[in-house]
Design a protein around this ligand. Structure first.
Ligand SMILES: Cc1cc2nc3c(=O)[nH]c(=O)nc-3n(C[C@H](O)[C@H](O)[C@H](O)COP(=O)(O)O)c2cc1C
Length: 481
């Protein structure tokens, strides 16, 4: 299946599948849309198009990524593991040796050609261009939770360029709307946008896209290494280049199919209180100083849809965005750490609190090596607790995780406490951004790790007995008892 070019074509598809609910009832972007969306997210319900948000003319779309079926349709895949496999094939590309190798390579070469974004002159996001007299408060921006500091744009794709290298970054950083022309710019200090901004000595151009094609929106959340353009990942996943148009008031390019584009700049040294905000963690993240985004233009489609997500106590819509990342990046992590068999960042841990990982252990201390390597790998540095198991443990199965964690751990020997950076949203550490992380080695230990007692065998039934009982099982008529 071909990637969806824009939200309009995706919504048509979702509607045909019965995966979109249109809501005509007038509901307020102030708390009411959240309450409805929250109930629907928790029931694995449809994407929601609020057609008459109280007091606003643009419809609001929520819960787009809130079910596995929709995510599979968006990415054109049968299972989330397909993403990892595709990525792995791409990483494993080898030069062809025979003629048949070359023929087999052709479709992959086509995929590779599609990764690079394509620059154009004009596109639907420029159907209406306002460089004066625009007013951000005309957008139906949600105030999600009662103690939020104001309305927040929650699904923005924030585009910047490194002032010296010119490298592009896409990141998803929420924006608190202060008034018709300014917002907060909530990029945490560890993130790509903040790093670019640290190198700016003057007005720093920023473009914010609301609702480009749905894969590009995902790509902004992906923890790619600093130097890799998220639009390349989007092109790879879409099997089609992302088409770009130049901004009207700044020197950046934006996806042509976006619903809205906010163009503007941030100024070094200028900050304002941002927050509080009911966050992914399920708690309010406290107000803090962040840069101010000044708008210089709003451009949009003629009939744009305002896309939003609500975050809060998991599970929420972003759970699927996180799971896409887990599956997509696993092959990349395995390239560095080939002993890793599988990994689970459970949704309830908000992706930063727990990582359960299974490894094929071949030497003493390997579980500790894996913990330290993961803590050194991009945004995995935020993982508060890493729990390492042997390869036969299914880390997707919480029953197995708790069973082996409880049974195989000697806390005096198998814990590893380290100090390091933590996610900006962590509220338990004494200092923001810095705290303690904990590793659990739940693998089997032998004499080479100082464990001289016998390690008992796991109980398992004899295979011939199992086969015989399988055979007579129907005659016993015990099904369901
Ligand atoms: C819905 C949603 C909202 C997010 N909001 C923020 C945010 O306000 N600030 C932030 O630093 N990261 C936020 N993130 C996480 C970043 O988008 C993510 O870490 C991404 O990898 C950042 O890209 P970068 O590494 O290019 O900066 C959010 C993620 C999602 C899914």
């Amino acid at each position: 299946m071909m990637a969806f070019d824009n939200l309009q074509s995706l919504l048509n598809h979702l509607e045909r599948q019965g995966w979109l609910a249109r809501i005509n009832e007038s509901l307020s972007p102030h708390l009411e849309i959240t309450e409805v969306t929250d109930r629907v997210v928790k029931k694995d319900g449809p994407a929601l198009l609020f057609e008459s948000p109280t007091g606003y003319r643009y419809p609001v779309l929520t819960n787009l990524y809130g079910s596995l079926d929709r995510v599979k349709a968006i990415f054109g895949i049968d299972s989330l593991d397909d993403l990892g496999r595709k990525f792995e094939e791409f990483l494993d590309l080898k030069p062809p040796r025979t003629f048949m190798d070359k023929v087999r390579l052709l479709p992959k070469l086509k995929d590779i050609a599609s990764v690079f974004p394509k620059s154009g002159k004009d596109g639907p996001c420029h159907e209406v261009v306002q460089t004066e007299g625009f007013d951000l408060t005309e957008l139906p921006v949600l105030t999600s939770w009662p103690d939020d500091g104001g309305p927040f744009i929650t699904l923005p794709v924030v585009i910047t360029r490194h002032p010296q290298t010119g490298r592009r970054n896409l990141g998803m950083y929420r924006l608190q709307v202060y008034d018709g022309q300014t917002t907060g710019m909530h990029w945490h200090i560890h993130k790509g946008g903040a790093e670019h901004f640290r190198h700016a000595s003057e007005r720093f151009p920023v473009a914010v896209c609301l609702g480009p094609d749905p894969i590009t929106t995902y790509a902004a959340t992906a923890p790619l290494p600093e130097d890799i353009d998220e639009l390349i990942l989007a092109g790879f996943l879409r099997k089609k280049p992302v088409e770009l148009v130049p901004c009207v008031t700044c020197d950046l390019e934006v996806p042509a199919e976006s619903q809205f584009v906010l163009e503007g700049y941030v100024v070094p040294g200028e900050t304002r209180i941002e927050g509080p905000f009911g966050d992914h963690t399920g708690f309010y993240s406290p107000a803090d100083q962040y840069p101010i985004f000044h708008l210089t233009a709003i451009t949009r489609r003629k009939n744009p849809i305002y896309p939003a997500t609500i975050v809060g106590r998991p599970p929420m819509e972003d759970a699927f965005l996180g799971k896409i990342t887990e599956r997509l990046f696993l092959p990349l992590i395995k390239k560095q750490l080939p002993e890793i068999v599988d990994m689970n960042l459970p949704i309830e841990g908000g992706f930063h609190n727990f990582c359960f990982v299974a490894i094929r252990k071949t030497y003493p201390g390997q579980a500790h090596k894996v913990m330290h390597a993961l803590w050194g790998l991009g945004q995995m540095m935020f993982t508060k607790m890493i729990v390492v198991f042997d390869h036969y443990v299914d880390v997707q199965d919480m029953k197995q995780v708790l069973f082996f964690m409880g049974a195989n751990l000697d806390p005096g020997r198998d814990l590893c406490l380290v100090k390091g950076p933590l996610d900006a949203l962590d509220h338990a550490s004494p200092l923001p951004h810095l705290g303690t992380k904990l590793g659990f080695d739940c693998t089997r230990k032998g004499p080479d790790e100082g464990h001289t007692r016998d390690w008992p065998a796991l109980i398992a039934m004899d295979q011939t007995v199992k086969a015989r009982v399988d055979q007579i099982w129907p005659r016993l008529k015990l099904e369901g008892s």
